[in-house]
Write a protein that binds this ligand. Structure first.
Ligand code: DGL
Length: 271
């Protein structure tokens, strides 16, 4: 295969459902010429409250599906899968580069926290796995990490209550113990949380830097594609394909909110 043919293959991005579109949006903005195949397991979402064994099994299935589409890079957009099943993706990927939101978010948090005090919010499975804290400590052994599970945020975001009094009160309640630790930064450790950024910025106050793992993942992807000689140059419009496991209607409607543009064609995978 020529270098151009290798670079023109798609980036495979996957998530438990709709939320990973926040990562796709950031990729589209940062890497506008890259083709993307997105997989959302909408029939089995949410993952954030499921057991590790179940998430590992689903992750293996999705990884194999994307490898069959001949992707050039895999991006685990789901924090929960990255937290407990990154090893499954790495073991199956062969020589293909694999990135995940936890690696990107941990690096950005360390860089943005001169005082070494870092807050992390995510689903219960992500927080219980301690994956963010482990990675942050590998990068900065002296860092202090304060984590908080926020299980109500995912349904609130999917309901579209991005600036609703109920969401604001919920955020104040969840963030209180983390903010009491005077953190320098707060990692938005779930695909859905970037949509709450304006509200969380208000609640956390100006002294706390919000780490949007979607943006930092897109940045890391750009870096890795260049390092591996896989960046797609030129000016041809990029091609986007979306696969889901449930009927696509809800994904299409809510997905446009996450993506900030229309989705185009969505196909259902029948497993
Ligand atoms: N995508 C998941 C995450 O980033 C949130 C939704 C779920 O629980 O599946 O952790």
């Amino acid at each position: 295969m020529t270098a151009d043919a290798r670079a023109s293959r798609s980036i495979g991005v996957f998530d438990s459902g709709i939320g990973g579109l926040t990562v796709v949006r950031a990729l589209m903005e940062r890497l506008p010429f890259e083709n993307i195949i997105y997989f959302g397991d909408t029939a089995r979402v949410p993952y954030g409250v499921k057991s590790v064994a179940t998430i590992e099994q689903f992750t293996a299935q999705i990884t194999d599906f994307l490898l069959q589409q001949d992707v050039k890079m895999l991006i685990v957009a789901c924090n929960t899968m990255a937290a407990v099943a990154a090893h499954i993706v790495a073991a199956r990927a062969g020589g293909i580069p694999v990135l995940d939101v936890i690696e990107a978010g941990a690096r950005a948090a360390v860089a943005a926290s001169p005082g070494g005090r870092i807050g992390v919010i995510g689903t219960p499975t992500t927080v219980n796995s301690n994956a963010y804290a482990r990675r942050i400590h590998e990068l900065d052994a002296g860092a202090r990490v304060y984590s908080q599970a926020c299980p109500l945020f995912v349904p609130l975001v999917e309901e579209g209550w991005l600036d609703h009094p109920v969401t604001r009160m919920t955020a104040q309640e969840y963030l209180r113990p983390v903010l009491a630790e005077e953190v320098d930064s707060l990692v938005l450790g779930c695909t859905h949380y970037p949509l709450l950024k304006p509200l969380l910025r208000d609640v956390a106050g100006p002294g706390v830097k919000l780490i949007d793992s979607a943006l930092t993942t897109a940045e890391l992807a750009a870096e890795r594609l260049n390092d591996c000689g896989l960046a797609q140059g030129g000016s041809a419009p990029a091609n986007y394909r979306y696969y889901v496991t449930d009927v696509p209607l809800r994904f299409q409607t809510i997905g446009e909110r996450f993506l900030g543009r229309s989705l185009g064609r969505v196909e259902r995978v029948d497993w």
